[in-house]
Design a protein around this ligand. Structure first.
Ligand SMILES: C[S@@+](CC[C@H](N)C(=O)[O-])C[C@H]1O[C@@H](n2cnc3c(N)ncnc32)[C@H](O)[C@@H]1O
Length: 385
């Protein structure tokens, strides 16, 4: 099916019947499509007040960009950002959405009397056909660690297919931050998860051959949850800047974050913490959405990548290394962490911390997969998203 009309866009996908909402095989194969088709998950996002309020403020503080504008909302979900576009003065909005939540979104649009302004389009951003190019693209394509779910790729597909030259994007850019942290209880808890496999007589079966695999699994998962900024071991931040106006698909699929942190506390470093900020740079004002440990909590929490072997660090030393992100087939990324210590003349020897077998200039790597199946699961102190 492929058609083009001036008012009611149609899709070129094999997606579900927009009226019955029956899922296609393709849709059933996409865990995020199923996840987002449930009102409860849309509600989770709407009730993240930091997130939702920041989006509305970003549009309201840049009404010059929305007045009389044609807008595209990539992944409209309940349609909330499309409503905000209209509130900010948009002429028409096309809300593209791959999941069956379109049925609910259409109900909201109609019950709010906005059917002539907001057009909910069922299908993938990569496949739908819209009637015209737009002045503004809005979206909430942000996952844990910014890139989990790989929806940024759909956001920039929307840009490449439908944004007029010089058009605006809300959000417009984002920065991932890194910092080393210490958290002994978290480390102990992660190790304890594998204690079960130390049993050499579980109902007469020796399980110990799987202990190592279980440890790899436990440390291979990022920890999603809040933490207090006091656990950070440096004031320096590794950064990775992504400009949504210019970033390419290739650059999103594979990137590195190099870091160099001057250690501010002698401690045992248990890994690298990561979070992101997002800018909405309109013609009038830049509004910032923050998800770091010092900001009010959001449903993105923060992420921590654990070291299997912790690293003793001394105040004044330099911890340097690299995070390597490679997109995978599970709508997420494999993340590799490498870190090492440089000797520094300002080492406070009286407070040095040593771990067995650790040497200065010690370099090691940990593999960590940001697992799509782990979505919504929070380890640490905050329960479920
Ligand atoms: C994080 S939610 C945001 C929903 C809504 N915009 C909001 O801010 O509350 C992302 C939405 O985008 C949809 N989505 C993800 N990838 C998509 C794609 N390639 N094409 C269309 N919709 C997509 C998901 O089904 C989900 O409803």
């Amino acid at each position: 099916m492929s058609s083009l009309s001036t008012n009611t866009p149609s899709t070129t996908t094999t997606s579900a019947d927009p009226d019955t909402g029956a899922a296609t095989e393709e849709e059933e194969g996409n865990i995020f499509s199923k996840y987002y088709s449930q009102l409860s998950h849309q509600q989770n996002m709407l009730t993240d007040h930091v997130r939702t309020k920041t989006y509305q403020q970003a549009f309201f503080k840049n009404t010059v960009d929305f007045q009389g504008a044609n807008c595209l909302d990539v992944g409209t979900g309940s349609g909330i950002l499309a409503f905000f576009c209209v509130q900010a003065g948009a002429k028409e909005v096309w809300g593209v959405e791959m999941s069956r939540i379109t049925i609910a979104a259409k109900k909201l649009v109609s019950s709010n009397g906005l059917s002539s302004k907001i057009h909910i389009v069922k299908g993938k951003m990569e496949e739908v056909t819209l009637p015209k190019k737009v002045d503004v693209i809005v979206s909430e394509p942000l996952g844990f660690l910014l890139v989990h779910e790989r929806m940024l790729e759909s956001y920039i597909t929307g840009r490449d297919r439908y944004l007029k030259p010089g058009g605006k994007m809300f959000p417009s850019n984002s920065t991932i931050y890194t910092a080393p942290f210490t958290d002994e209880p978290l480390y102990a808890e992660t190790c304890q998860k594998s204690d079960f496999w130390c049993n050499n007589d579980f109902m007469g079966v020796d399980l110990t051959a799987l202990h190592e695999t279980s440890m790899e699994e436990a440390f291979g998962q990022p920890v999603v949850g809040y933490f207090h900024p006091d656990i950070l071991l440096s004031d320096d931040r590794g950064t990775h800047f992504v400009d949504f106006h210019t970033v390419t698909h290739e650059a999103l699929k594979s990137f590195e974050i190099d870091f160099q942190h001057t250690i501010t506390k002698t401690a045992v470093c248990h890994g690298i913490a990561c979070w992101f900020d997002c800018d909405f740079s309109g013609s009038q004002e830049t509004v910032v959405l923050k998800t770091g440990p010092e900001a009010p909590g959001t449903h993105w929490y923060q992420c921590r990548l654990m070291f299997r072997s912790p690293l003793a660090v001394n105040k004044g030393q330099i911890l340097n290394g690299r995070l390597t992100f490679r997109a995978n087939d599970s709508f997420s990324y494999d993340v590799k962490v490498e870190a090492g210590i440089d000797c520094n003349p300002r080492i406070e020897t009286e407070n040095m911390v040593f771990l067995q077998d650790q040497h200065y200039h010690y370099l090691y790597a940990e593999e960590s997969a940001v697992d799509a199946q782990g979505m919504g699961h929070v380890r640490g102190n905050e329960g479920q998203v």
